[in-house]
Design a protein. Structure first.
Lengths: 80, 231
């Protein structure tokens, strides 16, 4: 099964990268009120369903995200 | 047994201040030993551990994240749990935070620029293994060179650390957006310290400052004491 993990700077945490991107977008004429930059991690696993989710959650807790500063969201690819 | 205390310097792929640290510690009376990150053990005569500066694993994922899982870090964890002094410099500080041996996390500099210059830091407490050769309030000039040096912790953690005297060094000005201008902290037990400035680059007036030697000489002293206590 394929899984995608979205890692974001936690709400309330300053994201200087997002601010810089926002500034550049404004220079291009795109008036956006907020930009946050995170990370996408695509995984391929042997497990399926809830087992896969549990494993990816452990991966996030142990390595993929730092819970102090980042939040994460797991998307499992369903149906083929 | 050698009269010089052994200080193990863990070398990760991408470490680049390991030899500078070895040179500085050797000049200050230690027997520096480079330990490859894949080693799962430290020599039993180890008196202190240094996690050096650099860009372990190219800072992939988050600075220090991958290095924090290296086999040598298991040994460092056990050494720290047994009361052994551990000093993380720059990338080493990031590794210690990622390993949860120190509270908080290091984030990209507020200005999104790599800073590389002398920084002035104030000794907030001289009551640690690492700063006991300093005076409280003393200002030290030590170079910084990092892109991810903005230390962050939640408000409660910051207040708790300040109350317990675990904030060891603060920049005298905003260098990188670090919360409370924190430049170095120590763990609750007092034997694990991390700092962003590079004391190993400030051990001789010819290099612009010898202030870093105050911290490293204290570490060498702590290493000798740890060896004696363990004997």
């Amino acid at each position: 099964m394929k899984a995608t993990v979205l890692v974001r700077p936690k709400q309330g945490i300053l994201d200087p990268q997002g601010e810089a991107v926002q500034g550049s977008l404004r220079k291009l004429g795109f008036d956006v009120s907020n930009v946050r930059v995170g990370r996408v991690i695509d995984l391929e696993l042997d497990e399926d369903g809830s087992e896969a989710r549990a494993r990816v959650e452990r991966m996030c807790a142990e390595l993929l995200a730092n819970p102090l500063i980042e939040s994460f969201e797991i998307h499992l690819e369903t149906g083929q | 047994m050698s009269s010089k205390p052994v200080v193990a310097i863990v070398v990760f792929p991408g470490s680049n201040d390991d030899r500078d640290a070895a040179w500085a510690l050797g000049a200050l009376g230690a027997d520096p030993v480079l330990v490859w990150h894949a080693e799962a053990k430290l020599s039993p005569d180890t008196g202190a551990v240094v996690l050096p500066g650099g860009f372990s694993y190219g800072d992939y994922l988050r600075a220090g994240a991958i290095a924090s899982l290296a086999p040598a870090m298991g040994a460092v964890r056990r050494f720290a749990a047994a009361g052994g002094p551990v000093l993380g410099i720059c990338n080493g500080f990031q590794v210690l935070c990622e390993a949860r041996l120190l509270p908080g996390a290091l984030r990209p500099n507020r200005q999104l620029e790599f800073v590389c210059r002398d920084a002035s830091v104030r000794v907030e407490t001289a009551d640690t293994l690492f700063t006991r050769r300093c005076e409280p309030g003393q200002e030290l000039v030590i170079p910084v060179k990092h892109g991810d040096g903005a230390w962050y912790a939640d408000e409660g953690t910051l207040m708790q650390l300040a109350a317990r005297g675990q904030i060891v060094l603060r920049y005298t000005e905003d260098v990188n957006g670090s919360l409370g201008n924190v430049a170095g902290i120590v763990n609750d037990a007092g034997n694990v310290m991390g700092l962003m400035p590079h004391p190993e680059h400030a051990v001789d007036p010819l290099l612009g400052s010898a202030d870093g030697a105050l911290l490293l000489a204290a570490l060498v002293e702590a290493a000798a004491e740890h060896v004696l206590a363990a004997a």
